[in-house]
Write a protein that binds this ligand. Structure first.
Ligand code: FES
Length: 217
């Protein structure tokens, strides 16, 4: 009897121990599952952060050897070729692109470039020396308050077309190194030296002159 009682007692104790062990196993399994979910969530967060980051080099200024690619329109992302430029304008908008990494340097708006093809006989001596087949490149950012220079229109002070910023009507003459011919802009647009090989344009050196606006808009 007492053995039976003991046995009974012993069996009850075993059941309790098994129950405790089951509970413990279940808690451990849950803890592991929660950890796994938390780790997965963290990895997903991390992936999202990386996906939202700009590619390395995309905000660096144009480098010698960079290709030039259209920044807008049907040909966006494609190389700018001499053949794609209409003689006498209008300009096309472009970004520099690292040929080694294929990174387009579009993370800074200060990298946007205007490329225009003009009659070489219309260029002043200094501008002609920098042009390749009459093709010139300038910063697309107005030196007044940093708006984009978007228009190619007849000048308010002459009979030729000029690069114009519509924010406060500053005008730049691309035949004369993009000097200011009208409006409040304090200085010419920065010029970007170009090279032409096999019909494609590339960057031949750093910007000449300061890029960006002199004052906030
Ligand atoms: S920002 Fe271009 S004229 Fe003022």
């Amino acid at each position: 009897m007492s053995r039976a009682s003991f046995n009974t007692s012993s069996s009850s104790s075993d059941n309790t121990a098994e129950s405790d062990a089951d509970t413990c196993t279940e808690q451990t399994r849950r803890a592991l599952l929660m950890n796994a979910l938390a780790t997965t969530a963290c990895l997903a967060c991390s992936t999202q952060v990386h996906a939202g980051e700009d590619a390395p080099g995309s905000d660096e200024r144009p480098q010698k050897g960079d290709l030039l690619v259209f920044s807008e329109g049907d040909q966006e992302g494609k190389p700018v070729t001499a053949a794609a430029l209409s003689a006498g304008g209008p300009p096309v908008h472009a970004w520099p692109k690292d040929p080694k990494t294929s990174v387009v340097r579009s993370a800074s708006r200060l990298n946007e470039i205007l490329i225009i093809r003009l009659d070489p006989t219309e260029l002043d001596e200094q501008t002609k020396a920098r042009a390749v087949d009459g093709i010139l490149a300038y910063s697309a950012i107005c030196s007044h308050a940093g708006c984009p220079v978007t228009a190619w229109v007849k000048s308010d002070v002459g009979d030729k077309e000029v690069l114009k910023c519509m924010c406060h009507n500053s005008e730049y003459d691309p035949r004369a190194g993009a000097q200011v011919v009208f409006g409040p802009a304090p200085r010419r647009l920065a010029a970007l030296p170009l090279a032409l090989a096999d019909g494609s344009l590339s960057v031949a050196g750093n910007f000449i002159g300061k890029v960006g606006g002199a004052q906030p808009g």
